[in-house]
Write a protein that binds this ligand. Structure first.
Ligand code: SF4
Ligand code: SF4
Length: 417
């Protein structure tokens, strides 16, 4: 084909598309309310997102909300962000439900976590705001028909909601690498089904695909995403094992993929290494590239900071996705166990047993033969008792060498025949 015709057809196909907006607002002088309002105003105002619904569900990231205030501040969505959005919804004459289903296995379940979260107090200020566990009305089993996840037990109340404001927190994650808008929707899965999906996913890419399948199924309900990046979290997140990072930012977008892409850039790394972001963009669930995004408010460059990433980050840099299914680390108990049993209950493979030593101290024992490196135990432990350690490196090296030798023999045989 002639070059001018190729260029002509290319131009016809590549019609200019409107860019997706992501707002970035700095929290000045602790004015969280002002920053949240500004972030939404920069997108054109709340009304356009939730106009067609009388009830709006606000879905923060609760995780476990332990008693320790410092730990709580770095792992759950700041109540001030949630309260501001609740009041903005009320001002539009609508009712609010604030709800989440927290990490599986913790003492007292989501109800106990909500009591400690600071969200109940928001509900006490208006009878039009209700706060409860998303498991309260039970799950409904639905067909997801995703690439990896075929069905899931999703909160019935979530499924009945037509307008949801997703309110994630900016954090790293030991298995998913990063948790933001897409990952926050894992909290719509009820109870033991979270552990089943962890077992089904079980790998860096596998778990990410399950998360993307959930997002694909729920996407039409998510009208807006507002991210709490006031105190973010780096290192071995998303729980007590990570370290707080003061960012003092609020981000917002109607596109969860674009929001996550911008957030991870602010965290100093390429969003392509995060499988949830990459898979979701490849599946056409949102945009990842900056050329498709219009940043409004602050500039990424002015707030960029190199976050410490969990070691799993290197898997995202391996170009051949199928090799990224190997995880080289397992949890290792260090100290501080109070015997709360959260990790024993939450472990999807049931390979943790809490024992007592001769001094009467609680000691978690892990059967590493059954461990799938999902790091749920690290995520759920309120005392940050776990770190990670390398798996048996000799075994890994021998299995890689074995694969190379077998591939060599097969290639030789093919050439000889
Ligand atoms: S021991 Fe921890 S990392 Fe291993 S399967 Fe259980 S919860 Fe997952
Ligand atoms: S290690 Fe101990 S304190 Fe941490 S979750 Fe397990 S039982 Fe609870």
């Amino acid at each position: 084909m002639r070059k001018d015709l190729i260029e002509f057809s290319y131009n016809v196909i590549r019609l200019p598309m409107s860019k997706v907006k992501v707002s970035i607002v700095k929290v000045e002088k602790d004015d969280v309310r002002g920053a949240v309002k500004r972030a939404v105003e920069l997108l054109g105002g709340l009304e356009q997102f939730i106009d067609h619904s009388d009830d709006v569900l606000l879905k923060p990231n609760l995780l476990s909300a332990p008693n320790n205030e410092e730990v709580k501040a770095k792992i759950r969505t700041d109540p001030r962000v949630v309260e501001t959005l609740a009041n903005m919804v009320l001002e539009l004459g609508k009712k609010v439900l604030i709800g989440d289903s927290s990490g599986a296995g913790q003492t007292g379940g989501t109800r106990a976590a909500i009591k400690r979260s600071g969200y109940l107090e928001i509900g006490e200020k208006s009878e039009k705001i209700q706060v409860r566990s998303l498991e309260e009305h039970g799950p409904t089993k639905v067909e997801i028909n995703g690439k990896k996840l075929k069905e899931a037990n999703i909160s019935t109340e979530f499924l009945e909601s037509k307008a949801v404001i997703n309110i994630p927190k900016m954090k790293t994650h030991g298995l998913a690498l990063y948790t933001g808008a897409i990952k926050n929707l894992y909290g719509t899965i009820c109870g033991a089904d979270k552990t089943r999906i962890h077992s089904l996913g079980a790998t860096f890419n596998g778990f990410a695909q399950c998360l993307v399948d959930i997002y694909a199924f729920e996407k039409t309900r998510i009208k807006l995403n507002v991210m709490d990046a006031i105190i973010a979290l780096e290192g071995m997140g998303p729980g007590a094992g990570g370290s707080p990072v003061e960012m003092n930012l609020i981000l917002a977008s109607a596109d969860a993929v674009a929001l996550d892409s911008v957030a991870f850039r602010i965290m100093g790394s390429d969003p392509k290494i995060v499988p949830t972001i990459r898979f979701a963009a490849e599946q056409g669930l949102g945009v990842m590239e900056l050329e498709d995004i219009e940043i409004v408010g602050e500039r990424i460059e002015d707030h960029k900071r190199k976050f410490k990433l969990p070691k799993v980050a290197f898997l995202g840099r391996i170009p051949f996705a199928r090799f990224s299914n190997i995880i080289f680390e397992v949890p290792k108990y260090v100290e501080g166990c109070t015997g709360c049993l959260n990790c024993e209950r939450a472990c999807p493979e049931k390979v943790i047993t809490i024992t007592k030593n001769k001094k009467g101290q609680f000691i978690p024992k892990i059967d590493y033969n059954g461990c799938i490196s999902c790091f749920t135990c690290i995520e759920i432990c309120p005392e940050a008792c776990y770190k990670t350690k390398n798996k048996n490196t000799l075994k890994i090296v021998l299995s890689i060498l074995g694969t190379i030798v077998v591939a060599g023999i097969i290639t030789t045989l093919i050439l000889l025949l």
